[in-house]
Ligand binder design. Structure first.
Ligand SMILES: [Zn+2]
Ligand SMILES: [Zn+2]
Length: 51
């Protein structure tokens, strides 16, 4: 089943259907053009899953 929008961010566990293990916060890699040799490019978004 295709997701209709990639703006709906859900965590890795919810994608797998393991909602009990939902992380609530998802670290996502910022799409940066420059070299990222540190983790500061990662930001957290809330899991959008409505279990
Ligand atoms: Zn979920
Ligand atoms: Zn989740």
């Amino acid at each position: 089943m295709e997701s209709k929008s990639y703006n709906d961010k859900i965590c890795w566990f919810c994608k797998k259907g393991r909602h009990e293990e939902c992380m609530k916060k998802i670290p996502i890699d910022a799409a940066s053009e420059g070299p990222h040799d540190c983790t500061f490019d990662t930001k957290l978004v809330d899991c959008q899953c409505t279990h």
